[in-house]
Design a protein around this ligand. Structure first.
Ligand SMILES: Nc1nc2c(c(=O)[nH]1)N[C@@H](CN(C=O)c1ccc(C(=O)N[C@@H](CCC(=O)O)C(=O)O)cc1)CN2
Length: 290
């Protein structure tokens, strides 16, 4: 029987609706959540992702500011912008779109964002808190994956989760989040050989490498739950994941599509983190933020 589709687009749309209601309630209490997005340069993919984030904010009533800086901006100038936003009372969340040009240290930029405004969840303070199970901003892609599994009533506790990819944005934080949800976690990467010997053991397989066609039907066990985080353009310019969807969907029990799977969830978790940051900033409403 073919796998059930995990419809990230629909799950994210439902969640946006809930967030919109929450934002309206907060606005009535005098709190309008605010997100600042910094976009450096003209990378077409980044421009399109940022446009989507600003559109999402408008849809749910979050105040947004887009700060565009040229490709040639210096690290000092970018850091000064982050410091200004750290101090801006109407801004509760700051996101610097990645990747950044090579003259700028991404680590330095992320470490300059105030942890309480780090709605991307990339600051070492938030990553450290996540590691020890404290309340924090969880990185949007891993948090979105957990959220979509919950929405499909897929139990995580006790499952063997195999994550292929060890990036700071997805693989590493995803492994920690799954562990926090009582999964048994294995991380695989470019030096893991033979990869298929590992992926075939997964109850839940998360693939976040950026290599089209990396995982075929022979690489999974029957009934596995497959989450495809990959985003690649094929020869026809079509967006595809890391998983061979037509064949893998015949063997898996659940599968996420690309597009329409993890991507929309990443976007909606940013809105959720921004509302959380706004709530935490307001002494009157702090009890609602937990
Ligand atoms: N500061 C950050 N930079 C980057 C992040 C991030 O979480 N924070 N993640 C990625 C890009 N990204 C968000 O910024 C992102 C990528 C893709 C999507 C998405 O909705 N994809 C759609 C397809 C879009 C298309 O057609 O091109 C989908 O999968 O359906 C959302 C967010 C790197 N940088």
């Amino acid at each position: 029987m073919p796998a059930k589709l995990i419809d990230g687009k629909q799950i994210a749309a439902d969640k946006r609706q809930q967030i919109k209601v929450k934002v309206q309630e907060l606005a009535e209490k005098g709190l309008v959540p605010g997100l600042a997005v910094i976009l450096v340069g003209e990378n077409p993919a980044s421009q399109s992702y940022v446009k989507g984030k600003i559109r999402d904010c408008k849809e749910v009533g979050i105040h947004s500011e887009l700060i565009r800086l040229p490709e040639t901006v210096t690290e000092e100038e970018l850091l000064a912008e982050v410091v200004r936003l750290n101090r801006a009372p109407s801004i509760h969340g700051i996101l610097v779109q990645l990747p950044l040009p090579k003259q700028i240290s991404e680590d330095k930029v992320i470490e300059t964002i105030a942890p309480e405004k780090d709605v991307d969840g990339f600051h070492p303070v938030n990553l450290g808190k996540m590691m020890i199970g404290q309340d924090c901003f969880e990185p949007c892609t891993p948090a979105g994956i957990i959220e979509m599994l919950h929405a499909c009533k897929i139990r995580i506790a006790g499952k063997h989760v195999i994550i292929v990819g060890r990036s700071h944005i997805v693989g590493k934080p995803a492994s920690q989040l799954f562990l926090n949800h009582d999964a048994t976690v294995t991380i695989c990467h470019s030096r893991t050989t033979p990869l298929a010997e590992y992926t075939k053991q997964a109850d839940i397989l998360v693939v976040a490498v950026g290599h089209a066609g990396l995982i075929g039907a022979e690489d999974i066990k029957p009934g596995a739950i497959v989450v495809d985080v990959g985003m690649n353009r094929n020869a026809d310019g079509k967006l595809v994941g890391d998983v061979e969807f037509p064949e893998v969907s015949q063997k898996a029990s659940f599968i996420t599509p690309v597009p329409g799977g993890v991507g929309p969830m990443t976007r909606v978790m940013l809105l959720e983190n921004t509302v959380k940051a706004a709530l935490a900033s307001d002494g009157r409403l702090q009890s609602e933020s937990r």
